[in-house]
Ligand binder design. Structure first.
Ligand code: ZN
Length: 293
């Protein structure tokens, strides 16, 4: 399948930057790694779709943004981490969340997520981590993120995110449109963007109907002059490494590690420890020699 891509541009008058992502492949990779059920796929799929776009707005290589949702719903925890290249990895506490559909037939993402908070943590080189948190508005993800940007960063944001799940649990189409106003935007441009917003509200449906990112961009900016800058490939990719995982366990201290090895032995297992990467579910098993060496 074609790689996920982000199309970036700006209104010609400098009032707003506009990003359009087709994240179908990225969401499929996430679904494959985490084995998510449809509602969980939609929730985490929407989150990584947006995180990838926000990642590409970071100032420099090496910077990251982490989006954390902590809630009282059955999903309870969602994490997406994106870098400067828009590469994402993600975690979901309950990948099997799939409550009954809403009366309108749509996946009940808001019901699965519930009430809670959403935080953005930006790790930007040379700065203390910047953390902003707001309460969830609806648990439907796009609305929650738009609220975060408006309240925490004072950036008026129009955001549409969509994930269409197949009966075989794969992702049929996924994508998003992120529009952020720059300081002192032109009133007529803002009015036009707001007027066009309803036309891009079903972004996964537009992608599924065969529309390209360029066509979706044009729909979002109808009646407005704009410039397209570039289109970049983005991925779901974990950066975990065996050596780093070992260092993490070793940081627990020898006493703690010996205690865990003793427990394993008492349960009739070998004297080894297995760590699972929560972003890609890779298992790393270390023997006693490695752990205490
Ligand atoms: Zn990993």
């Amino acid at each position: 399948m074609a790689k996920s891509k982000i199309l970036r541009g700006m209104t010609h008058d400098g009032s707003a930057r506009v990003l359009v992502i087709n994240s179908t492949e990225m969401v499929n990779e996430m679904q494959r790694l985490h084995g998510t059920y449809p509602t969980a796929t939609a929730a985490l799929g929407r989150l990584i779709t947006c995180a990838s776009m926000v990642g590409t707005m970071l100032p420099a290589e090496g910077d990251t943004v982490t989006v954390n949702i902590a809630s009282d719903g059955e999903i309870s925890k969602l994490i997406a981490v994106a870098d400067y290249y828009g590469t994402v990895k993600a975690y979901i506490n309950n990948p099997y969340s799939d409550p009954a559909r809403r009366p309108d037939g749509k996946l009940n993402v808001g019901g699965a997520v519930g009430a809670g908070s959403i935080s953005f943590i930006k790790d930007i080189s040379g700065h203390e981590p910047q953390i902003g948190t707001v309460e969830l508005t609806s648990g439907e993800i796009a609305e929650d993120i738009a609220t975060y940007f408006a309240r925490s960063e004072q950036i008026p944001t129009l955001l549409s995110l969509g994930v269409l799940v197949n009966p075989d649990l794969g992702c049929q189409a996924a994508g998003g449109v992120l529009i952020q106003l720059m300081p002192y935007p032109d009133d007529a441009t803002v009015d036009a963007l707001e007027k066009n917003a309803s036309r891009i509200s079903n972004v996964s449906g537009l992608i599924n109907s065969g529309m390209t990112s360029q066509e979706i961009f044009a729909l979002a900016c109808e009646g407005i002059e704009y410039d397209l800058f570039d289109e970049i490939e983005v991925d779901y990719k974990c950066d975990c490494e065996r050596a780093r995982m070992l260092e993490k366990i070793k940081s627990l201290g020898k006493g703690e590690i010996v205690g865990m090895l003793d427990e394993q032995e008492a349960e009739g297992k070998g004297r080894s420890l297995t760590a699972v990467c929560r972003f890609c579910n890779t298992n790393y098993t270390f023997n006693e020699k490695e752990l205490l060496g």
